[in-house]
Design a protein around this ligand. Structure first.
Ligand SMILES: Cc1ncc(COP(=O)(O)O)c(C=O)c1O
Length: 439
């Protein structure tokens, strides 16, 4: 059986994608396989099954996103025994006290539908943490909505507050769900490119991108994939533009506890900004429990209204026992967050030193668990070709960044590695790079 995949841009909704060059023809596609239906014929007690091929179908608003080839490349990675520094999830487990809290909640019978906007204890814990982190006092009942991961907070925010035709400005490279969800909302996406070496926000470009139709600016700090953290100066400027033009900020802060060298600043904490900001976050990165998918959106009541309207019809409520455990997680002692940061800084050092030693130009990562490098010293045509070479010939997986841009050309020199892996895995990857990567 042979499946053809006609995609030159490879995205999926959870940041887990690995590319193939456009010249490649993947041989296996579970995505396409899933579009086949089986037709059973029963004759003389014998059942035969024929595969009937259907053309792929997708609504127009998602047409341009093609399909992920993550699965195919994971298979390729497995075939080549590649070490996966592509996927943004830890290969180690979350803390026992949080897992125990979930088990206890299940034993205690916290197993039926939760209150739609969050179990009261979690809303309270989120408010407590937000106050600790930002100094802002929010009403847990009126200003916090618990969602299924930050991904749903993003979707509920966009679908609940953006009208068809509204313009939303993204900083490219951007997390893949933003563009797809904006497309589902019928929004017009404008993107401003953050460029190496420091990925500074090009303020003048931003200023000229704002029009009377601009409804929101999406900010992600610390920033995936670059590790950039928006500075107070940049955020103050963005804030003044938003206030002047009556624009909202949707702020994705899932890596806020992985801010290494620079202070993390929540846009909502800047003067005049709380009333126009939706702050989104989740449990996954901070507690190494990405599979739990508990997230939240914090916003003033007039914006929370829209978020909750969308959330009510997207998922209505999210996992009850995991919400209880998340409340326990967020009340972790300060030492937990200090150790998390220290561990990640050690991991970052192993990877960054290794990448520099083999000849990459490595751009500073001040936050997140990603680092972006310039692969061009190795002479490959683009990021996709380089990543393919890296898997097949070196045995390491990285992510081509062109998939994070409206204009993929902007990312063709850059690839992203993650250091959310145990130190042994990071050292093994560095060894492979040293041994096999050739200029
Ligand atoms: C920038 C960013 N936002 C949101 C998410 C998704 O968060 P969650 O797993 O809580 O849905 C990710 C996950 O990779 C991310 O990198």
């Amino acid at each position: 059986m042979r499946f053809i995949l006609s995609s030159s841009k490879f995205l999926n909704s959870s940041n887990h994608f690995i590319p193939l060059s456009s010249s490649s023809t993947p041989k296996f596609s579970p995505f396409i396989a899933a579009t086949m239906s089986t037709v059973s014929n029963t004759h003389n007690d014998v059942t035969t099954t024929q595969i009937k091929h259907h053309p792929l179908q997708v609504a127009k608003r998602l047409e341009k996103f093609k399909t992920t080839i993550f699965t195919q490349m994971s298979m390729l990675a497995a075939k080549h025994g590649a070490i996966n520094l592509g996927q943004g999830f830890p290969n180690f487990d979350g803390p026992d006290f949080v897992k125990e809290a979930a088990i206890q909640a299940i034993r205690d019978g916290k197993n039926q539908y939760a209150r739609g906007y969050g179990v009261p204890d979690l809303n309270n814990a989120i408010a407590e943490r937000f106050k600790k982190d930002t100094g802002l006092v929010v009403d847990p009942e009126k200003e916090i909505t618990v969602t299924s991961g930050c991904t749903e907070a993003i979707a509920a925010t966009i679908l609940g507050l953006i009208n068809p035709g509204d313009e939303v400005i993204l900083f490219a490279p951007f997390y893949d769900s933003y563009e797809a969800t904006l497309s589902m909302a019928g929004a017009k996406v404008k993107s401003i490119t953050l460029r190496p070496p420091d990925f500074a926000a090009p303020i003048e470009e931003l200023k000229s991108a704002i029009s009377k139709n601009t409804r929101a600016i999406m900010i992600n700090t610390p920033h995936n994939p670059t590790g950039k953290m928006f500075t107070r100066e940049e955020l103050n400027f963005i804030a003044s533009l938003c206030i002047e033009n009556d624009v909202l900020v949707f702020s994705d802060e899932v890596y806020d506890k992985l801010a290494f060298d620079v202070e993390h600043i929540s846009p909502a904490s800047l003067p005049g900004m709380f009333e126009r900001t939706v702050t989104m976050n989740s449990l996954g990165k901070t507690f190494s429990l990405t599979g739990w998918k508990i997230g939240w959106a914090i916003a003033p009541p007039h914006l929370t209204w829209g978020v909750r309207q969308a959330h009510s019809y997207l998922t209505f409520a999210t996992s009850t026992p995991m919400q209880s455990a998340t409340a326990a997680a967020l009340r972790a002692p300060d030492s937990y967050f200090v150790e998390l940061k220290r561990d990640y800084m050690a991991k970052r050092a192993i990877l960054v030193e290794g990448l520099e030693a083999v000849g990459f130009k490595v751009f500073p990562s001040n936050g997140t668990y990603f680092v972006v490098v310039d692969h061009t010293p190795f002479g490959h045509e683009n990021d996709v070709a380089f990543c393919e070479y890296l898997i097949k010939e070196v045995g390491v997986v990285a992510i081509p960044t062109s998939v994070f841009y409206l204009n993929p050309e902007d990312g063709k020199n850059l690839v992203r590695f993650t250091f959310c892996k145990d130190e042994g895995t990071l050292r093994a990857a560095v060894e492979r790079l040293k041994e096999k990567l050739r200029k």
